[in-house]
Design a protein. Structure first.
Length: 407
């Protein structure tokens, strides 16, 4: 089997993995790094099938490029396929606003979706010489590990989370000969998730009891919905604004992917979903606002922060990774953000709560041992070599972008 990373080998983001055996070529993911300007993978190469692990743009953001000049069968879970359409359309709007060259268009997004072939966890499909089986990756609803079987079995995890969350059960190892696994948090373990949630809820209570408001800059996919479930138990007025509402609608109408649809539905019905300018004018009557964007670079969040920036009682609580160069990273490192081109230093409290949906170092090692492969291929990480000392019993490969190798 030949494997070639067109992106995402020694970096986090723009993951693109080409695999070829006998007469069949497949691509797993084709993402983007959402920097300014965006960083795309190497140019697409003709394949028979595209397999998407999940809908986050660092894995899916470049997929329509294929359908600008080529054709392929597109495989994903129904949840993933439904979720990527609004995200890709929104990325086109952002690119136009920022003045970046258009690498695909709205028609390409529609063609991608029309090529979609639905896959169900545990149900094998045939793609040329491969028998391919999807399994839950535990990362976000619909996220998928793909196992490719031919002369050997190859498991590709995409982004991986192995602990239970409000939304999902964790990923379970699947015995395979070769494992291609993300390494985003190699060398780092996360704080116990239950302890993080307890601390988060306590801090929210303190802010609200003092007369302040809490703003959660939040990722639309997965994080908006998990925060709604966490906070809905507190008896507060919770507003939700931004694209997270569109993704929530998809979750509500795509059954079979959540740990408890009943609990999810109950939590969402306890929130106030903000839609349109008129509702937004009164949104800060809520105690808490969950709103995009998660890195504070656009969306409704900047309007809410601007309205509260001089209120020392109020707070901005971050819950996800902040890419270098974003407002969120600037807030963490310097206490400043840019609003309408002006740099401001909000008087609001700000704090980070680690609700990552990526497996930490020890969880990655335990998952690898559960799969028990002959060969481990580490990708999607900037410090992946820090896993090697704990994987002495396996052949470990650290691929580089653009280098084809054989396993």
């Amino acid at each position: 089997m030949k494997i070639k990373f067109l992106g995402g080998a020694e970096e986090v983001g723009r993951l693109a993995i080409k695999m070829e055996e006998k007469n069949t070529k497949v691509m797993i993911d084709y993402g983007v790094i959402p920097e300014k300007p965006p960083l795309y993978p190497m140019p697409p190469e003709q394949v028979d099938g595209l397999f998407l692990t999940h809908s986050h743009l660092d894995h899916a953001g470049s997929l329509p490029i294929y359908f600008h000049s080529k054709e392929a069968r597109f495989y994903a879970t129904t949840m993933t396929a439904n979720s990527i359409r609004p995200l890709l359309k929104d990325s086109l709007k952002i690119a136009a606003l920022e003045g970046y060259p258009e690498v695909f268009n709205s028609t390409d997004v529609d063609t991608l979706y029309e090529s979609f072939i639905a896959c169900d966890y545990g149900e094998p499909i045939e793609e040329g010489d491969f028998t391919v089986t999807p399994y839950s990756a535990g990362h976000i609803p619909g996220s998928t590990m793909w196992q490719f079987n031919n002369s050997k079995s190859v498991l590709v995890t995409g982004d991986l989370y192995t602990d239970r969350t409000n939304l999902l059960n964790g990923a379970v190892p699947v015995k395979s000969d070769i494992l291609v696994i993300e390494s985003t948090y190699a060398g780092k373990n996360h704080e116990n998730r239950r302890q993080v949630i307890n601390r988060l809820k306590q801090r929210v209570k303190e802010v609200v009891d003092s007369g302040g408001k809490v703003i959660f800059p939040t990722f639309a996919v997965g994080r908006t919905q998990e925060l709604a479930m966490i906070l809905s138990e507190m008896g507060l007025n919770i507003g939700v604004d931004g694209m997270g509402n569109a993704i929530t609608d998809i979750y509500m109408h795509t059954p079979g992917f959540l740990r408890s649809f009943k609990d999810f539905k109950s939590a969402i019905h306890k929130t106030h979903r903000i839609r349109g300018r008129r509702m937004r004018e009164n949104a800060l009557e809520n105690d808490v606002m969950i709103t995009t964007s998660g890195m504070m670079d656009g969306g409704p969040v900047l309007g809410y922060v601007d309205a509260l920036k001089d209120d020392e009682k109020s707070a901005i609580f971050l819950s996800g990774y902040q890419v270098e160069g974003t407002n969120g990273r600037s807030l963490v490192e310097n206490g400043t953000i840019k609003i309408n081109g002006a740099t401001v230093k909000p008087s609001m409290q700000h704090e980070f709560f680690d609700l990552s949906a990526h497996a930490g170092h020890d969880s990655l090692v335990n998952f690898i041992r559960g799969v028990d492969p002959q060969t481990v291929i580490l990708c999607h990480g900037e410090k992946r070599e820090q896993l090697i000392a704990d994987l002495s019993e396996y052949e470990v490969i650290l691929p580089m972008n653009g280098e084809e190798f054989t396993v």
